[in-house]
Write a new protein. Structure first.
Length: 196
């Protein structure tokens, strides 16, 4: 049975899923009533999932250590983005990221899972308008959900990007933390800059 994480809660992946090697991080959200654009049409909510790979000092050191819709695969092959969903329509996960834990390079100590709204400022969108957003972690060995973190929209009103979760090395094992910190930024690049 999956653990429903609360903001700030941490779990040991080794304890919750012994022999875990490959994980899938799924992101989902529901389409809300779309605001009218100045062109007269409806604007889709395009949430983008990304992973920042940080070193032991929690620093982002190389553009190749960003896995997102513009770089779907880490150079090590250990981290992959399975494709960009532009609307959030449909059931279940809207975007998925896969991590092969044993093959994550030793110099990468933390994986930061970020979600941002594409062109949020231009479209006048924020996370307060997104419903039922969640991040979940699945053991790909048996397809069992390990943990789920559900966001409440009101808390994130005005925020255009969010650090959803972190997976990090701790004493020869991987752990997960539900972060849930929201930010008002122009783009994913602003989040990356905070780790330089």
């Amino acid at each position: 049975m999956a653990i429903n994480l609360q903001k700030g809660q941490r779990i040991s992946l080794a304890k919750e899923a012994p022999n875990l090697t490959r994980i899938m991080c799924g992101l989902g959200w529901d389409v809300v009533e779309k605001p009218k654009s100045w062109l007269g049409g409806n604007q889709d909510f395009d949430l983008d999932a990304s992973i920042l790979c940080l070193n032991a000092q929690d620093k982002f050191t190389d553009q190749a250590n960003l896995v997102y819709f513009g770089n779907l695969r880490h150079k090590s092959g250990a981290i992959s983005h399975l494709g960009d969903n532009l609307t959030g329509e449909g059931e279940g996960d809207d975007e998925q990221l896969v991590v092969d834990l044993p093959n994550v390079p030793a110099n990468i100590h933390k994986l930061v899972f970020v979600v941002n709204i594409y062109q949020a400022n231009q479209r006048k969108q924020d996370f307060g308008q997104v419903q039922n957003a969640f991040v979940r972690l699945v053991n790909m060995g048996n397809n069992q959900e390990i943990a789920r973190y559900q966001l409440s929209g009101g808390e994130y009103s005005g925020k255009t990007a969010m650090i959803m979760a972190e997976i990090y090395r701790h004493q020869n094992e991987w752990k997960m933390a539900a972060v849930g910190n929201g930010f008002k930024v122009e783009s994913l690049g602003d989040i990356v800059k905070s780790y330089l």
